[in-house]
Design a protein around this ligand. Structure first.
Ligand SMILES: Cc1cc2nc3c(=O)[nH]c(=O)nc-3n(C[C@H](O)[C@H](O)[C@H](O)COP(=O)(O)OP(=O)(O)OC[C@H]3O[C@@H](n4cnc5c(N)ncnc54)[C@H](O)[C@@H]3O)c2cc1C
Ligand code: SF4
Length: 502
């Protein structure tokens, strides 16, 4: 019997479960990595995502070889199946081991392969929580609240705990972490890299692809190896974590990253493990005396939100992905594919940045992009597909719950306790975008009224009945009820006309 291992593009870690299962016999265990052109035709992926994944795969294959594995690598193959068949036959492989894919569509693809060997799935070890442990935790709970899950994670993995109590006596410092940007904020520059020879070759190949893609391949500054990913983690801990907390929700023109970690591309390709982030942050807290609101705020993202989004994705039934609680059906305006086509400054700034580097930080994703999609009534599935195309860290497992659940409330409140819907008021408070915009953030109707305003009130008006059932919406619905009928009618008209023109 010969075992072979297929490593997927988001499993690039020597400790991953399939490799681990054969580490004692590595010299006799062939390993394969495949780039599939057919796979990348599903949607117009961001060029930087293709460069990152393929370059990281090529680097990882070399590292495995240096470590004594026998590695087969297929560059720009037409699909997965033909190279797999060829390799399975050449090495007379009887059992193909694959670490369980995180994405459901990929698991389906795996099931559909016609190969002359048995396929064995090895349980995925890229997350802190095992799916079965989450299912056990979720059993008999009326609502799967992130805060409860997060606290359980802190206890279970003994993170920032003193016995059975959270360090500092409280679990949550969110209130201290929502400061608007003030004066000249001096954000630390992120750690970027010059592309090496391998990456430069991939950039050229991606630029020559004939399949539809999105964004720019150059300048490409992301790391593509585990060593570089570890450097980014270390740089974050040293220079960004100390002030990560207070301005987590702030947005500033030409500040692509603020104090955010820029670690999701490395975590999601497998170059880093979430446990490494959590222990590095906890160590820095104890050794460098960092403020608890920053360290807890970061740990909440990794051990709370990221794990929760993944566990929920695994937990929900297949119909979750088609959910559309508000019955929103508008298609995406063209400017989502070309930032220059919108004159809304907040959207233009954010979309321009996404075109360039495939990255926007959480509040730009939530309160600029998906907020606009929600209040203007765009189809959740079209929005999910766009996010999946546009972001360097996008994968089905992280995209579905973040977009369908958190961003668009299309699951009717399974994940969020109220829709993340906001008018220009929020954007004006938390960013400097409005000061440089042709629209007036204070105006709800009229020629230069901000579209976030008339869409916001139109959203509340259209879904008044549904939103009434969400307790946390009652205050704002009371304000809607007080709005003069003539103004409400103007809002409805302006929202309708905007869609007719776009
Ligand atoms: C509409 C929408 C779409 C999103 N799409 C993606 C996506 O495609 N890929 C992705 O990894 N994240 C996604 N997120 C979550 C989050 O915005 C990104 O993980 C984060 O912005 C990545 O940047 P960072 O590494 O600088 O994060 P930081 O803000 O520094 O946070 C640290 C880490 O926490 C994790 N994290 C925080 N929040 C989440 C979350 N809600 N879900 C999953 N992980 C989280 C990430 O791994 C991140 O690297 C999305 C959020 C929204 C609202
Ligand atoms: S005025 Fe409106 S469109 Fe312009 S930046 Fe502010 S929120 Fe965005």
């Amino acid at each position: 019997m010969t075992i072979g291992i297929w490593i997927l593009g988001d499993q690039l870690w020597a400790g991953q479960a399939a490799l681990k299962s054969c580490v004692e016999q590595k010299a006799q265990t062939p390993v394969i990595l495949i780039e599939s052109l057919q796979y990348v035709q599903q949607r117009p992926y961001h060029k930087q995502k293709l460069v990152l994944v393929w370059s990281a795969m090529r680097h990882f294959a070399k590292e495995l070889e240096q470590d004594g594995w026998s590695v087969g690598y297929y560059e720009l193959a037409q699909d997965f199946e033909a190279p797999l068949r060829e390799w399975v036959t050449e090495y007379q492989i009887t059992e193909l081991r694959v670490m369980e894919p995180s994405d459901r569509p990929f698991a389906n693809l795996l099931r559909s392969l016609d190969l002359p060997c048995q396929i064995t799935l090895i349980p995925n070890n890229r997350f802190l929580w095992q799916t079965s442990d989450f299912d056990q935790w979720a059993k008999n709970r009326k609502r799967l609240v992130m805060e409860d899950f997060y606290r359980e994670g802190r206890r279970r993995f003994e993170i920032l705990m003193e016995g059975d109590r959270p360090i500092g006596g409280t679990w949550n410092f969110d209130k201290e972490n929502r400061q608007p940007p003030k004066g000249n904020l001096h954000t630390p520059p992120p750690l970027w890299f010059e592309p090496d020879e391998i990456t430069q070759t991939v950039i050229q190949q991606v630029e020559q692809l004939t399949v539809p893609t999105y964004g720019h391949a150059k300048p490409f500054r992301w790391g593509t190896t585990r060593e570089q990913a570890l450097q980014v983690l270390d740089h974050f801990i040293q220079t960004r974590l100390p002030n990560f907390g207070p301005y987590q929700d702030a947005m500033v023109t030409d500040e692509e990253t603020m104090w955010h970690a820029l670690l999701s591309p490395y975590l999601n390709t497998g170059l880093l493990h979430p446990a490494e982030l959590v222990s590095a942050a906890e160590k820095a807290f104890h050794e460098n005396n960092l403020s608890l609101n920053s360290v807890e705020g970061f740990i909440r993202q990794v051990c709370g939100w990221r794990e929760y989004m993944h566990a929920l994705y695994r937990h929900v039934s297949d119909d979750y992905f088609a959910k559309n609680w508000f019955n929103h059906t508008h298609t995406l305006p063209e400017f989502f594919w070309d930032a220059a086509k919108t004159d809304m400054n907040c959207l233009q700034q954010t979309l321009k940045q996404v075109e360039q580097i495939g990255y926007a930080h959480h509040i730009q994703r939530l309160m600029i992009l998906s907020n606009f999609c929600l209040i203007s009534g765009l189809s959740p599935q079209a929005v999910e597909d766009w996010f999946h195309s546009a972001f360097i860290d996008a994968y089905d497992w992280v995209m579905q719950t973040n977009v369908i659940g958190m961003g668009l409330f299309a699951d009717g409140g399974m994940l969020a306790s109220k829709p993340y819907a906001a008018s220009a008021n929020y954007i004006n408070k938390m960013s400097d975008y409005c000061g440089k915009c042709v629209y007036n953030p204070k105006a709800r109707v009229g020629e230069n009224a901000c579209p976030y305003n008339f869409f916001y009130w139109n959203f509340l008006d259209r879904h008044h009945e549904k939103l009434k059932s969400q307790g946390r919406m009652s205050f704002i619905l009371a304000n809607l009820n007080k709005m003069p009928a003539a103004e409400l009618e103007e809002i409805r008209q302006q929202a309708r006309q905007w869609h007719e023109k776009s």
